[in-house]
Design a protein around this ligand. Structure first.
Ligand SMILES: [Ca+2]
Length: 277
């Protein structure tokens, strides 16, 4: 083996030190970049949720569910299709329809929510909504709005409405006039086809039409904070009809129970969300 002279040894040592510094600098840069990206991803990426079934209840398989809420032991449900649209009061445990109001075949009923002893119901393309007395289910009055009516829910001061687009509108509960709107985004991606809605502990839950997914949305910004994946909830045997899709979310605020069903589904599920990431 040839022995390197002192100059060569110094040169080799300098090269090694120099390469070492470059490698260290690159490593630090990569780490910083990776940490930065990961940190950014953690801040912006929605959380993912699966589910666990807690209870299963009967649901009328002829009910083309377009609006669903829970209040004091009962579900209130709005069903769609022209000539088959209804407003109904349903006993949760048995699925028994306690009271039902048929809706003129000119209308295709859609979203439903409650407001201080009243029920508010949208229609799809008629630009007309109905307000009912919750105790009797008698119509008290109607109101109008522009565009299509899809889902409806409320927070403590406003009604919140979807119209099939990527927007959620806020309505004054007394005048039914629009007071503002947000656009729903997952990162930079617009989320359209927002359908049945439910306000759940300071978030808006929205069924995405023709999917088994529910978006969790921050009301003030429209940002999607989480996705709930409900695939496999109902056997596909019951979903041969292409429109028999997930569409119905109701929340029991008193007992923290979350219910979901779909159009023409024979079952209604109480579920618990399970965080995946
Ligand atoms: Ca609902």
């Amino acid at each position: 083996m040839a022995k390197a002279n002192p100059h060569e040894q110094l040169s080799i040592a300098a090269t090694v030190r120099s390469r070492g510094l470059v490698v260290a600098a690159v490593a630090v840069a990569l780490l910083l970049q990776r940490f930065g990206l990961t940190h950014a991803a953690q801040v912006h990426a929605p959380a993912m949720y699966g589910y666990r079934v807690v209870n299963v209840y009967p649901h009328d398989p002829r009910a083309y569910t377009q609006g669903l809420i829970y209040l004091d032991g009962f579900l209130f449900e709005s069903t769609g299709l022209n000539g088959r649209s209804t407003l109904r009061k349903v006993k949760l445990e048995t699925g028994e329809v306690i009271r039902q109001v048929p809706i003129d075949s000119a209308y295709f009923a859609e979203g439903l929510t409650d407001w201080h002893g009243r029920l508010v119901q949208l229609t799809w393309q008629s630009h007309v909504g109905f307000i009912y007395d919750m105790a009797t289910l008698n119509v008290q009055r109607t109101f109008t709005y522009s565009g299509e009516g899809w889902g409806l829910t409320r927070d403590r001061t406003r009604l919140i409405m979807s119209d099939g687009s990527d927007s959620l509108r806020f309505l004054d509960p007394k005048t039914l006039r629009e007071t503002g709107r947000v656009t729903v985004r997952d990162g930079s991606l617009a989320i359209k086809d927002l359908n049945e809605l439910e306000y759940v502990r300071d978030e808006i839950f929205a069924n995405i039409w023709h999917t088994d997914r529910i978006a969790r949305i921050a009301p003030e910004t429209g940002r999607v904070t989480g996705w709930i994946d409900l695939r496999g909830l109902l056997s596909q045997v019951y979903q041969l009809e292409p429109e028999a899709v997930l569409n119905g979310i109701a929340y029991d605020e008193v007992h923290d129970r979350l219910f979901v069903t779909g159009k023409l589904w024979p079952k209604l599920f109480e579920i618990r969300l399970e965080r995946r990431r």
